[in-house]
Every structure is written in structure tokens, then in C-alpha cells.
Design a protein around this ligand. Structure first.
Ligand SMILES: Nc1nc2c(ncn2[C@@H]2O[C@H](COP(=O)(O)OP(=O)(O)OP(=O)(O)O)[C@@H](O)[C@H]2O)c(=O)[nH]1
Ligand SMILES: [Mg+2]
Ligand SMILES: [Zn+2]
Length: 248
């Protein structure tokens, strides 16, 4: 019997398209561990942009964890990871297969409540099994034809650390991360790289998509803002605009 529902400190959520409601994958976190991989499944920076946006909106500290570092990172991936670091997001490399970076990760997460989130097949459950002695999570092979995960984990699971408080949450991998709950006009404020330029555009109301005299577009042209980040911004802007008219 549910007697009360306490207020959440924070939540990592996405929009559930089918049920037309927000869906929280994990809540009350000290740290969100956003897991990614270099090659299988492919590194998807725009997926990271979306996940970082949802975490930033909740003021949720985030670690970008590149698992499977036994695989080679492309130059493009290295470039994007460097951009995230420049924006003050922590990036850590590890491999469940070789054990590289695992001990440091264990030490970093100790005492914290954290969740492993990311695309299907990046190795979240494999990580849980090496981070937590009591964990026997099922792991799944990648789909060879599409080079992506098979959605092996289908519910979130919290395992408390043996000592020191906190714990680790395994979550189901998602293919798409639909964002929600942000007014398109507020979106730029969720992009830390846009901050220095906001309020400096020629028009006081600026979408930063095409206006003349836009300070964000100027920073994009001069290379101060990474083109991929702006590309994510414009896709998200249009998506939020469309979904707000459909659902609210
Ligand atoms: N090469 C390599 N493969 C790994 C590594 N970690 C996990 N894998 C493999 O990646 C595949 C997917 O691992 P899972 O742990 O099931 O991935 P997941 O992120 O939990 O996937 P979902 O539950 O579907 O979201 C398995 O075949 C693992 O053996 C790693 O560090 N290097
Ligand atoms: Mg899993
Ligand atoms: Zn502008």
C-alpha cells in the first residue's frame, strides 16, 4: 500500500512518447553517470547533448563515462569529449574487459548514490557487475546487424553499497531520449556554452537560429561554440516547439 509520496531531490527523466507522460529512470541522485562507448554502439554526441540537457535542468552533477575504451575512439569523438571537458563536465575512460579505469571509478563513486544511464548496449549492467560485488545483472550481446544493444535490462535496480551509504542504480538503455518540460525560449539558458553570449544579441527576444546581430551565431561562426552543440540546440528548439503545441 502506498501511504505517502515524498518529494524527490531530483530525477533523470525522459518523455514517454507512447504513454504521453514523463518517465523517470532514476531519482534522488548525487551523481548521474552517463555511459557511452567509442564504437559499438557508435559514439553519439547528440544523445549526450540531450542527456546532459535533462541533467543540467535538474542541477544534477554528471560524469561522462566512456566504457569499452579497449575500442578506438575516433578523432571526432575525442574532439567532442574535449569540448565537454572544456565546459566543465568530467570525462572518465574505462573498460570492463581490460579493467582499465575501474578501480578509480569505484573510488570516485564510493558513498554516492549514482545511476548508470545511456544507450542500450554501452555496458551499464556489465559495469554494475564489476562495481558491485553482489550484482549478477544479465548482460546481452549487441545486435550484430544494427550495432546496437538489444534492450537487455528493462527495469531500474538500486543496489546499496556494502558500506559508507549510497548505492548504484542500473537503468534500462534507451534508444531515443525525448526531452520535455523546457520552454523553447529558455533552452539557450540550459546550454552552458551559450551563457557568455546571452543578452548580447541585437534583438532582446532572440531564438539564436537565424536573427541578424545574434551573439550566439557570431560565436558559432568564430568557432567559440562547437557547431555540433549549436546543431543540437536548433534540433531541440524545434522539437520542443513542436511538442509544446501538441501536448500542452
Ligand atoms: N569490448 C567491450 N565490450 C564490453 C565492455 N563492457 C561491456 N561489453 C559488452 O557490451 C555488451 C552489452 O553489455 P550490457 O552490460 O548488457 O549493456 P547495457 O548498457 O546494460 O545494455 P541494456 O541493458 O540493453 O541497456 C555485452 O556484450 C558486453 O559483454 C567493455 O568494456 N569492452
Ligand atoms: Mg543492462
Ligand atoms: Zn541570439
Amino acid at each position: 500500500m502506498i501511504l505517502a509520496r515524498l518529494k524527490r531531490k531530483n530525477a533523470y527523466s525522459r518523455w514517454n512518447k507512447k504513454r504521453r507522460c514523463p518517465q523517470s529512470l532514476a531519482a534522488n541522485l548525487d551523481l548521474l553517470v552517463l555511459v557511452t562507448s567509442p564504437d559499438s554502439p557508435p559514439f553519439r554526441p547528440r544523445f549526450l547533448d540531450r542527456a546532459l540537457l535533462m541533467a543540467h535542468r535538474e542541477d544534477l552533477p554528471t560524469l561522462i563515462l566512456v566504457n569499452k575504451c579497449d575500442q578506438k575512439l575516433s578523432e571526432e569523438a575525442e574532439d567532442r569529449l574535449a569540448t565537454f571537458q572544456d565546459l566543465d563536465w568530467d570525462v572518465h575512460l574505462c573498460s570492463v574487459v581490460t579493467g582499465e579505469g575501474i578501480q578509480e571509478l569505484k573510488e570516485h563513486l564510493s558513498g554516492l548514490t549514482c545511476a548508470l544511464v545511456g544507450q542500450s548496449g554501452v555496458g551499464k549492467s556489465s559495469l554494475l557487475n564489476v562495481l558491485h560485488e553482489g550484482s549478477r545483472q544479465r548482460i546481452g550481446e549487441l545486435n550484430a546487424k544494427y550495432n546496437r544493444g538489444n534492450h537487455t535490462t528493462n527495469f531500474s535496480l538500486f543496489l546499496p553499497w556494502a558500506e559508507g551509504g549510497g548505492g548504484v542504480i542500473d537503468t534500462p538503455g534507451v534508444r531515443e531520449l525525448e526531452v520535455f518540460g523546457i520552454e523553447p525560449a529558455q533552452l539557450a539558458f540550459q546550454f552552458p556554452d551559450f551563457q557568455p553570449y546571452l543578452g548580447q544579441c541585437a534583438f532582446s527576444v532572440c531564438t539564436h537560429l537565424q536573427e541578424p546581430g545574434c551573439a550566439v551565431l557570431k560565436a558559432l561562426e568564430s568557432g567559440e561554440i562547437h557547431p555540433d552543440r549549436w546543431d543540437s540546440y536548433q534540433k531541440l528548439f524545434l522539437e520542443l516547439k513542436e511538442s509544446n503545441t501538441r501536448w500542452t
